[in-house]
Design a protein around this ligand. Structure first.
Ligand code: SD4
Length: 290
């Protein structure tokens, strides 16, 4: 049953959604909820797809992408930032404290340090070992393992009915140096329109970027589609454009103003977590390739 306030996030991230719910319960905004929610995963070294412990690029650099959107449609993002554990908070500062919306690489890191963030090594022993094992063959196939990736995209609706969203990732593992995916790009990895709803993506960023998936979902909801119908349409768009869809995963989640949710992906195993009334529920997403 749809109800608000609520939180929805990609993958099985009960600690993150519980944190976001706690923030909402304290009467804070959806913006605070999504920021603090995804920070839980950024700090979790065991999650090798975001923040500290993220898998590096092919040269061993951990480079992170993150973005955030508020109820007014403001957007802030960092791409290819290194050594900063909480890129989502830097993205929020870009949105709130600069005349810009997107900072990249060294400039983003510089801004983070000037804003009080402490640089640190993000390559954990476990991720370093995984990279060293990968280097033995160095097979550069930018094919996402369909079972194992967990960029976190989160959407929340607060007690005022306002929607915000956040998305954070270390991107595809062993990507080329400088590669930026969909997660921090407005309309692709995330889009929120407070009059309509929000959407966020996980999976092969190149495919999400080509079809501007999250914006598409929000626009379809604006035209009257349910979040579920809109997610299905966005996945079908990817499939129409990419005959090799069997080789990669894309998954979307969405929520509308009423708190109705939707999710759809190409391959089985995508799942997502909701929190309504303080209860975390993990859901299996419906999928195309049956
Ligand atoms: C990217 N969409 O950088 C991200 C990867 C991802 O879980 O979702 N990983 O393309």
């Amino acid at each position: 049953k749809p109800s608000t306030p609520m939180v929805i996030a990609t993958w099985n991230v009960p600690n993150a959604t519980a944190k976001a719910w706690e923030v909402l319960q304290a009467g804070k905004s959806a913006l605070d909820a999504v920021e603090q929610g995804v920070m839980v995963e950024e700090a979790d070294e065991k999650n090798q797809s975001v923040g500290k412990g993220g898998l590096p690029d092919r040269d061993g650099n951990v480079t992170l992408d993150a973005c955030i959107m508020n109820k007014d449609g403001d957007y802030g993002a960092v791409v290819c930032i290194e050594n900063i554990k909480h890129p989502i908070s830097v993205a929020r500062k870009v949105m709130e404290d600069t005349p810009h919306v997107l900072l990249a690489g060294n400039g983003a890191k510089q801004f983070a340090i000037e804003s009080g963030f402490t640089p640190e090594n993000l390559l954990t022993e476990a991720s370093k070992k995984a990279w060293e094992d990968w280097k033995v063959k160095s097979e550069y196939k930018p094919i996402i393992n369909v079972e194992n990736h967990d960029t976190i995209g989160m959407l929340a609706i607060d007690k005022n009915g306002d929607i915000s969203g956040a998305c954070t990732t270390s991107g595809l593992s062993y990507k080329m140096q400088g590669r930026v995916g969909d997660s921090a790009i407005i309309g692709s990895g995330l889009f929120v329109d407070n009059e309509v709803g929000g959407a966020t993506a996980t999976g092969m960023g190149e495919e999400v970027l080509k079809t501007v998936g999250s914006f598409l979902i929000v626009e379809l909801m604006r035209q009257g589609k349910s979040p579920q119908e809109a997610c299905e349409e966005a996945v079908k768009r990817v499939i129409q454009k990419s005959p090799n869809y069997k080789d990669f995963q894309v998954g979307y989640i969405a929520v509308n103003k009423k708190g109705e949710t939707g999710a759809y992906c190409i391959h089985e195993w995508f799942n997502y977590t909701t929190n309504q009334d303080g209860e975390n529920v993990n859901h299996k997403s419906d999928f195309y390739a049956k």
